[in-house]
Design a binder for this molecule. Structure first.
Ligand code: TYM
Length: 386
């Protein structure tokens, strides 16, 4: 009995994923089972491809790997019922490359399926869980908004909602959600403790509210699809999908990505700036950080030639695979050359640095001319309807 208890403890400790922290090496298949998600398989990829003609590399490479009710979203779409997209940002600091993964994918979905997008900025969430003032968080919001606008979402079909400023749009829906979720249900999902502040206990109702906003505004149910990394799942599993039938709404569907790790192997986190690539990093920052990244290379060139490297544990390879090398043939070549000892870490690091610098140059150009007002102006129309 004692042995079993200990085994359970060890199992639990291997990794943990919550909306507020990711610890350990995530086993995505096990997480899929624990959260009750479905893996994205070739059948559903074929269905998507029927509409999009091509598959985004984040789908081809299984980086978007799990979903809930994506098949239902496609059924509805095929029956002529359009869905909207919902995603977001909690402005705790600067934007890093990991954040861009769901946003770039969301833009692709918006273009391919011609969807409306609701983008929530949860400045309240970060105020409640971080030791930052509202003024500091607002500075992050201003910076993050430039990155969001730089993605190039369709301004005619995108609504950016900042919770502390645009609360009128969400509040009535949020209190209806909150009345239907007990403390014990929310606590089981989010692990609240006695010392948790009462703000964060209510907050999940606010993150769930945009799932239903278009249905309220249009006075008819509209399917919702949420692209995000898998850490956001508790909001949908534990709150939005749980209350949807009680409030007469469709349950939101989800499509989830894995996490881009930090350059030193752990979950990318703004509190470890040397292991993150931020959108505002200089070329020197990029070179320094990539140079220090963990690789799967051998100790010497001689050994690398003899034994080959291990791209499966190499962070430089991971960055190319997840983001910076979209070309499948090239990424396969890098993988096999490394394995055969025909490629060396210095060469890969240089290649990754050049790819990141090229991406950031373009992104910064778009950031500099970004017009946030284009997205904000649409909110007046929504506010008149609520
Ligand atoms: P936030 O700001 O922590 O993260 C923003 C988005 O980025 C994803 N993400 C990552 N994706 C890949 N690799 C990483 N290393 C990585 N780190 C973060 C997150 O899953 C998220 O999609 N509470 C939310 C804000 C929010 C939201 C939403 C997110 C409000 N409504 C609806 C998604 C969908 C938050 O703090 O995200």
């Amino acid at each position: 009995m004692k042995k079993r208890k200990m085994a359970k403890k060890k199992y639990k400790k291997e990794f943990e994923v919550t909306p507020w922290s990711v610890e350990g090496k995530v086993d995505y298949e096990r997480l899929t089972k624990e959260f009750g998600l479905k893996l994205i398989d070739s059948k559903i990829l074929e269905r998507i491809k029927k509409h999009t003609k091509e598959l985004h590399f984040l789908l081809r490479r299984n980086i978007f790997f799990a979903h809930r009710d994506l098949d239902w979203i496609l059924d509805k779409y095929e029956q002529g019922e359009k869905f909207f997209l919902y995603t977001g940002r909690g402005p705790s600091g600067k934007t890093h490359i990991g954040h861009l993964i769901p946003w770039i994918f969301t833009k692709w979905l918006q273009d391919k399926f011609d969807c409306e997008l609701y983008f929530q900025i949860t400045d309240d969430e970060k105020f409640l869980i971080k030791e930052q003032t509202l003024e500091e968080i607002n500075k992050n919001v201003e910076e993050n908004l430039l990155d969001i606008a730089a993605i190039g979402f369709n301004p005619e079909k995108t609504y950016i909602i900042q919770n502390t400023k645009d609360i009128k749009l969400l509040y009535k829906i949020a209190i209806k959600i909150a009345r239907n979720v007990t403390y014990s249900t929310a606590s089981a999902v989010f692990g609240f403790k006695k010392e948790s502040n009462i703000g964060i206990i209510f907050f999940p109702a606010l993150q769930a509210a945009p799932c239903f906003l278009p249905s309220v505004l249009n006075k008819k149910n509209i399917p919702c699809l949420i692209p995000a990394a898998v850490d956001q799942d508790p909001y949908w599993r534990g709150i939005a999908r749980y209350v949807a039938p009680k409030l007469g709404f469709y349950k939101p569907a989800q499509i989830h990505s894995k996490f881009l790790p930090g350059l030193k192997g752990e979950k990318m986190s703004s509190s470890e700036p040397e292991s993150c690539i931020f959108t505002t990093d200089s070329e020197e920052d990029v070179e320094r950080k990539v140079w220090k990244a963990l690789t799967g290379g051998q100790k010497s060139l001689k050994e690398q030639k003899e034994k080959g490297g291990n791209p499966d544990i190499c962070l430089v390879y991971k960055y190319l695979f997840y983001f910076f090398e979209e070309n499948d043939e090239k990424i396969e070549k890098i993988y096999s050359e490394c394995k055969k000892g025909e490629r060396f870490c210095g060469e890969c690091k240089k290649y990754l640095s050049s790819k990141i610098k090229e991406f950031l140059r373009e992104h910064k150009k778009k950031r500099n001319i970004a017009k946030i007002e284009d997205y904000k102006k649409n909110l007046n129309i929504l506010e008149m309807k609520i």
